[in-house]
Design a protein around this ligand. Structure first.
Ligand code: NDP
Length: 297
């Protein structure tokens, strides 16, 4: 069997167009322009690329983009003062602090200083708790993107066995919560899991978010399973230079799975598209409007 390739790039483009339509309607009908503020502290090259890309796509969707680039030696007090200012800025509906932060800054303290209703990354403790308890929440963008791809392919996920490889706060745990909320039977695996290959072979849905290049092999996959590869790993090519691979060994996995996301072009583009969708949701809610039902539900 050769797996169907799940085209996240195309799906994300469709989601971005829907976002742009909603933005245009908010502007014309309500005089509102959703605004996203992105805060970058330091010079991390990967973070700079992400922030540029977020800013560009925000503007392309018709929204306001506010970029705040702070130096590596910014103090916690300075960063918290900026977040306070953004929390109180009516033009800013979403706030994202690009992670990781330099080591001298306390990540949880900073994230929890963001007003929960503007926390479009869904990392504030209140949104984490709301998601875990089934209340309406801002949902982290990468797992949300994975869920949209899964629902697009599989429809109702109820009763399916889902295995999530990785238990980070930004991907693995919220992914597990989202799948549980869709009535999957969820297993979360991590570096201490015994016989992880056997656990993975039980999965109708396998989500890999590990950060280990091509760790999940075809022999770990149940025939016909749907495989979502979150990994972004740059590896050296034998002939020199680097190439991007996921956490799943695509060549062997695509011989066994029913459907699989490629890297690049799978989950990656979904993350920013979901960020834009979350910003529209935040803008609507903060103005007492119903959030659009066709974006991320
Ligand atoms: P973390 O490093 O925070 O977490 C990795 C998880 O994988 C941990 O729970 C760890 O277990 C587990 N793990 C590590 N080694 C093994 C192993 N050998 N067997 C089983 N489990 C293992 O990573 P993130 O969740 O932040 O990211 C995961 C991947 O997703 C990365 O490649 C990252 O670049 C990518 N990513 C992609 C995004 C996108 O937009 N597409 C967004 C965010 C991340 P333990 O807890 O026991 O240490």
């Amino acid at each position: 069997m050769v797996a169907e390739r799940i085209d996240g790039k195309e799906f994300a483009a469709g989601l971005r167009s829907k976002v742009a339509e909603h933005v245009s309607r908010l502007k014309s009908d309500k005089g509102l322009t959703p605004g996203l503020a992105v805060v970058l502290v330091g010079e991390d090259p990967a973070s700079q690329v992400y922030v540029r890309s977020k800013g560009r796509q925000t503007v392309e969707a018709g929204m306001k983009s506010f970029e705040h680039k702070l130096s590596d030696d910014t103090s916690e007090a300075e960063l918290l003062a900026l977040i306070d200012q953004l929390n109180n800025d009516a033009d800013v509906h979403g706030i994202l602090v690009q992670l990781p932060l330099p080591k001298h800054l306390n990540e949880s303290l900073v994230i929890n200083a963001i007003a929960p209703e503007k926390d479009v990354d869904g990392f504030h403790i209140s949104n984490v708790g709301r998601l875990a308890t089934g209340q309406s929440a801002m949902v982290p963008c990468t797992p949300l993107g994975c869920l949209l791809l899964l629902r697009d392919r599989l429809g109702d996920l109820s009763g399916l066995n889902a295995v999530v490889v990785g238990r980070s706060n930004i991907v693995g745990k919220p992914m597990a919560q989202l799948l549980l909320a869709k009535s999957c039977t969820v297993t979360v695996t991590h570096s201490r899991t015994r016989d992880i290959e056997k656990v993975c072979r039980e999965a109708d849905i396998l989500v890999a978010a590990v950060g280990r290049p091509e760790m999940v092999k075809g022999s770990w996959i149940k025939p016909g399973a749907t495989v979502i590869d979150v990994g972004i790993n740059w590896i050296e090519k034998p002939e020199g230079g680097t190439r991007l691979v996921g956490d799943v060994d695509y060549d062997s996995a695509s011989q066994i799975a029913g459907a699989i996301t490629p890297v690049p072009g799978g989950v990656g583009p979904m993350t920013i598209a979901c960020l834009l969708a979350n910003t529209v949701t935040a803008c609507c809610r903060s103005n007492g409007l119903e959030a659009p039902a066709d974006l991320v539900n």
